[in-house]
Design a protein around this ligand. Structure first.
Ligand code: UT7
Length: 333
């Protein structure tokens, strides 16, 4: 019997309506649109407003859309993994909340927290369940409501992040399509450069943690920038090499959207022309676990069966990696 691959058979993104522009940020912090655009490439980002609106709202909308477009019933789903750093609550996992809301009753569901690499980690994990033959219809969600942990008085972080995400359906195939290879790394040194200090078991919420603004994202941008460029270009080059792929063999590079300058440097180091690099950071900013499914969703109509894609991400932890996918379907056959 030939090897079972986990093929992506559908993708759906979702972003909230509210657009937070660079101009609006100029009224909140000491910044200017020109600085934000030239240093990050971001022009606007989406914000999920309203009472009781958690990351699950993004996941529920994406999964409902995904089930509809792939003609899949909720009962058919046997596993749902949600990658997020902004779970609705410390527990239960947001994956369970999403599944409950969309009527997924026959699945086991859990979250993965690997920050900006969350979608990649979750996709690799989900692919293993499909490849083993144990699971047949698996959903991977990557979603974050970053506005819930962003300090809108901190100009070094509030300009970067936004809310949004997406979901993919994975199914088994004995054809040579789907997740072909993945390469992941972690390095705990990252805990010193990018973190949310309070709210966990080491620093539970107190009046002081709130007053000291410790429930917000802290980032020392420069070392993260350097590690992101080095880490992502290394895994992209290595996954290409070990799969005997040259740049010409790859239809699209799908990088995490953290900073346009990071994306350009990685594509330059991997010798990828920018015309074949997915970039939508100008519209959504950094949606953490949401960036990669949002890219796949926006480019879905341009993807052709057999296209080779390299996905890559870098994030808090540090966590990083790359996945080689052979795209499994034409949207308009
Ligand atoms: O997705 C997870 C991984 N995260 C990343 O990959 C993000 C990596 N880091 C970055 O993208 C960049 O480091 C930032 C966008 C966060 C910052 O860009 P930078 O080019 O590294 O700027 P910087 O921190 O070196 O700051 C340069 C100057 C500073 O002023 P001085 O000290 O030179 O006078 C900052 O105070 O720019 C100033 N600055 C700003 N000015 C206007 C910092 N933030 C702003 C701002 N508006 N929003």
């Amino acid at each position: 019997m030939s090897k079972i691959h986990a093929a992506i058979t559908g993708v759906q993104g979702w972003v909230p309506d509210y657009v937070l522009t660079n101009q609006e940020l100029e009224n909140l912090v000491d910044t200017n649109s020109e600085w934000i655009t030239s240093r990050t490439g971001i022009q606007e980002r989406r914000i999920l407003k309203g009472e009781n609106q958690g990351t699950s709202v993004i996941g529920i909308n994406a999964v409902n859309g995904l089930l509809k477009k792939t003609n899949t019933t909720p009962e058919e789903i046997d596993l749902l993994i949600c990658a997020t750093v902004t779970a609705d609550m410390p527990f239960p996992d947001t994956a369970n909340i999403i599944a409950d809301a969309v009527g997924i009753k026959n699945a086991f569901c859990f979250d993965i927290n690997a920050a900006c690499s969350g979608f990649l980690y979750a996709l690799t994990t989900a692919a293993k369940f499909v490849e083993s033959g144990s699971h047949k219809k698996v959903i991977v969600v990557g979603a974050d409501k970053m506005s819930s942990i962003i300090d809108y008085t901190d100009r070094t972080t509030c300009i970067i992040f936004g809310d949004g995400g997406g979901a993919v359906l994975l199914e088994p195939t004995e054809e040579n399509y789907g997740v072909m290879d993945s390469l992941h790394h972690s390095d705990g040194v990252g805990q010193h450069y990018l973190y949310q200090k309070a709210g966990g078991s080491r620093h539970p919420a107190t009046i002081d943690t709130v007053i000291n603004r410790e429930h917000f994202v802290y980032q020392n941008g420069k070392p993260v920038f350097k590690a992101a460029v080095t880490g992502m270009s290394d895994v992209v080059l290595r996954i290409m090499e070990r799969n005997h792929l040259s740049t010409d063999d790859i239809a699209w590079l799908v990088p995490h959207q953290a900073n346009r300058r990071i994306i350009e440097t990685v594509s330059d180091m991997a010798k990828f022309p920018m015309e074949r690099v997915m970039v939508n950071i100008q519209k959504y900013g950094n949606t953490t676990a949401g960036t990669l499914p949002l890219c796949l969703w926006e480019w879905e109509s341009q993807l052709k069966k057999g296209d080779n894609l390299i996905l890559t991400a870098f994030g808090g932890g540090f966590t990083w990696g790359a996945i080689y996918i052979k795209w499994a379907y034409d949207t308009n056959p």
